[in-house]
Write a protein that binds this ligand. Structure first.
Ligand code: F6R
Length: 240
């Protein structure tokens, strides 16, 4: 696991976007795994700027998002699909026929999960997976538990996650359930880039980097992946 510490969010975004842009220059048909939440937003802005100002072409890129809330239609403004449309896809020229989401507004979530995994495999696997990290050490929506998950599954979100994500909902209440890619799916990515900023992530970052590899801190499994780079600001790196 390689750790890089930066002074500003802008610097993190420049470093992460440079890796993603190099990837799509070298392989225009790359498969990228994306995350939602605050952590990747500045990076997505850099990708939009590269598209608008430097002609970066994302039209052949295939994408898989990590997770989606249950019981929200894709068109709901709170869905992660809507988030990605607004924060990246619409402005950076992605081809929606290559965009993949766990469609979580369906009762038959098991077949949705099976099909998602099969589709990732059919597309040749994920070249680069972008991650944030929860205050409780979750990646995707793999919450602390007794075992590492494998493929996509439905999860009940931890109270700390519901609290952290309440800011995105006028009601203050995110849906309690979500579909998420499993730890096995994330670990199968060829390369992983994880972004964390702010004091609230410092404990999770210490557990991820220095703690035991345990499903009680799902991100700790990344210690066993051969190609992970972690991009931190000074506040989130404080306990290393
Ligand atoms: C979102 C996701 C989550 C977030 C994490 C951090 O798709 O998978 O693991 O990355 O909850 O969220 P932020 O970046 O909002 O602090």
């Amino acid at each position: 696991m390689q750790i890089q510490v930066f002074d500003t969010t802008r610097q993190i975004a420049s470093a992460v976007s440079a890796i993603l842009l190099k990837q799509i220059r070298e392989k225009p048909q790359s498969v990228l795994g994306f995350a939602t939440g605050s952590s990747p937003v500045a990076t997505y802005q850099k990708l939009i700027e590269a598209h608008e100002n430097d002609g970066a072409d994302f039209s052949k890129v295939t994408t898989f998002n990590l997770d989606e809330y249950c019981d929200l239609a894709q068109s709901d403004p709170h869905s992660y699909y809507s988030f990605m449309r607004e924060q990246l896809f619409e402005k950076a020229g992605f081809d929606y026929s290559r965009v993949h989401f766990l469609t979580a507004d369906t009762a038959d979530h098991e077949s949705v999960c099976r099909a998602y995994r099969a589709e990732i495999e059919r597309c040749g696997g994920i070249d680069i997976q972008l991650l944030g990290i929860g205050r409780n050490g979750h990646i995707g929506f793999n919450e602390p538990s007794d075992r590492f998950s494998d493929g996509p599954f439905m999860v009940e979100l931890a109270p700390s996650t519901l609290e952290a994500n309440a800011r995105f909902f006028e009601t203050g209440k995110p849906p309690r359930y979500a579909l998420t890619m499993g730890i096995g799916d994330i670990m199968a990515a060829k390369k992983i880039l994880l972004i964390a900023t702010g004091e609230s992530k410092a404990n999770a970052i210490r557990a991820m980097v220095k703690g035991d590899v345990t499903p009680q801190c799902p991100a700790s499994v990344l210690q066993t992946h051969p190609d992970v780079t972690v991009f931190l600001d000074r506040a989130s790196a404080r306990l290393l």
